[in-house]
Design a protein around this ligand. Structure first.
Ligand code: ADP
Length: 228
């Protein structure tokens, strides 16, 4: 679960003045719920994701990730917070100098999991996204939809309670987008809190999930509370 309580983020750069990217944003993403996050370019979506991932720190307000108050987490605690969050990127950021298996295993290797454990978890994650038979291939040999599924397997391989996705269907046609959405729904069904940041209004329209809308740093609509 993620909670934001009156979170603001101001970027200041010398000589450039300052910019309020988020203004007093409060929201809760409960376990087992899939939520869309939308808003025009510059509305603050990436900033929100960066604050949750601890790539940036808020200027004011409090963020709880899986019960951990982030403003009490120092530099050395950041990896532990990130381990609770699976992140899916638009361009999946796979490494093309190694196999599908090794790409998915990477977060576990970094976290120091024992080898036998890694094998079991990687195969379970690849099975979940329907790519068990392709573990030995280089991701370059896969289609765009398959590459995105490898990215999802890597994001969930250590079973994080939270899954964040930044434009995960940005490069995919509607049919493949639907496959990816089905995977996200499956994760929500087993208790993961899923947040999908997207511009894709047709994707949002096709599903009746909760919708958070940012405008110039303000949270202006929450479809659960304010039907649109
Ligand atoms: P979105 O992801 O919705 O496009 P962002 O969170 O990237 O929005 O940006 C929100 C606002 O904050 C924009 O006006 C952007 O220019 C500004 N911004 C983002 N990152 C920085 C930064 N590192 N320094 C200064 N301003 C930034």
């Amino acid at each position: 679960m993620i909670q934001l309580d009156r979170v603001s983020k101001r970027y200041s750069s010398p000589g450039m003045g300052s910019k309020d990217a988020l203004k007093q944003v409060s929201l809760t993403l409960p376990a087992g719920e899939l939520t869309f996050l939308t808003g025009h370019s510059g509305a603050g979506k990436s900033t929100l994701l960066k604050l949750i991932m601890m790539i940036e720190r808020p200027t004011a307000g409090e963020i709880l990730v899986d019960g951990i108050p982030l403003n009490r987490v120092g530099r050395s605690g950041i990896p532990l917070v990130r381990r609770r969050i699976g992140m899916v990127h638009q361009n999946h950021q796979l490494l093309f100098d190694r196999s599908v298996y090794d790409n998915v295993a990477l977060p576990l290797v970094i976290a120091g999991f024992p080898r036998a454990d890694i094998g079991k978890r990687v195969r379970a994650a690849l099975d979940k996204v329907g790519l068990l038979s392709k573990e030995k291939l280089n991701p370059m040999m896969l289609s765009g939809g398959e590459q995105q599924r490898v990215g999802i397997a890597r994001a969930v391989v250590n079973k994080p309670p939270l899954l964040l996705a930044d434009e995960p269907t940005g490069n995919l046609d509607p049919e493949l987008s639907a496959e990816i959405m089905d995977l996200f729904k499956d994760f929500a069904r087993v208790g993961v809190a899923v947040m999908i940041a997207t511009h894709d209004l047709s994707l949002i329209a096709r599903y009746s999930h909760r919708l958070l809308t940012l405008r110039e740093g303000h949270l202006v609509a929450d479809r659960d509370e304010t039907p649109v």
